[in-house]
Design a protein around this ligand. Structure first.
Ligand SMILES: [Zn+2]
Ligand SMILES: [Zn+2]
Length: 255
């Protein structure tokens, strides 16, 4: 399995950080979690296989997590010769299909027509979705917007949890407990803390409970980048911590 943080930025346009997007590749599965602005371009820039994405999972409907969905679908249809014919699955929390209908209204009725054939799945939190033999996606409700979820991908001897945007939540920490990789948003410094985002110390607090083998931080607004993020996390969590950048990768052996 290879995990790549494609976009480590936020709603604030940034010269070196595309908006939210994390890619997880394992066997026949290429799962993109969130697709904010510049994520598809960043994949092309890094030579990553955007035409071969099999699943896109949306954590919530904020534009910095969804605005490149249409870019990706248009790329598959109009940016490849011949157009992509392999089906793809678009997943999101309840309410996702109505949001895609809204995109259809903006971009034209054809947005969701084949090619490629697109399946739209509204995933209920706690209901596993099979991505492939022995590999499942599951969601967990998190405090950010009404629909916001975190995702877990597990099977083949490992489990990866991606928080999406979230505030502090012991429930999320418990759900993520013992995972191999925990990708957490790390939006704001203590001085700007909000109940719907995490600070480095709150990431440390969450990781102290979850005890992932590796903590990966993403979704940095500029003010938090002025802080010593890893030192603040280390006040609570003693394990390995990475502040991700666009294109950072980690590989885990499949069993
Ligand atoms: Zn965001
Ligand atoms: Zn958000």
């Amino acid at each position: 399995m290879r995990l790549t943080t494609i976009g480590t930025g936020t709603a604030a346009p940034h010269p070196r950080r595309a908006q939210a997007g994390t890619l997880l590749e394992s066997g026949p599965v290429s799962l993109l979690i969130d697709c904010g602005s510049a994520v598809v371009t960043r994949m092309a820039e890094r030579g990553l296989d955007w035409p071969g994405i099999t699943h896109v999972a949306t954590t919530h409907f904020h534009a910095d997590h969804t605005s490149d969905l249409a870019t990706l679908i248009y790329g598959w249809r109009y940016g490849l010769l011949p157009p992509r014919s392999a089906p793809a699955t678009l997943l999101g929390p309840p309410g996702f299909a109505a949001r895609l209908d809204g995109m259809k209204a903006a971009f034209g009725e054809g947005l969701l027509d084949a090619p490629p054939p697109l399946s739209v799945v509204e995933l209920e939190p706690g209901t596993p979705f099979p991505l492939a033999e022995g590999l499942a996606l599951e969601s967990f409700k998190v405090p950010h917007t009404a629909e916001s979820v975190a995702y877990s991908v597990s099977g083949r001897g490992w489990r990866v949890v991606v928080s999406g945007d979230t505030g502090p939540d012991p429930g999320l920490a418990g759900w993520a407990a013992g995972c191999d990789v925990l990708v957490l948003e790390c939006s704001l410094p203590d001085s700007l803390a909000l109940p719907i985002h995490l600070t480095p110390r709150q990431c440390g607090e969450l990781a102290l409970i979850a005890q992932p083998r590796h903590l990966v931080l993403t979704h940095f607004y500029a003010p938090v980048e002025a802080e010593d993020i890893t030192a603040q996390v280390a006040e609570r969590f003693g394990g390995p911590v990475t502040c991700a950048y666009d294109g950072w990768t980690l590989t885990l052996e499949d069993s």
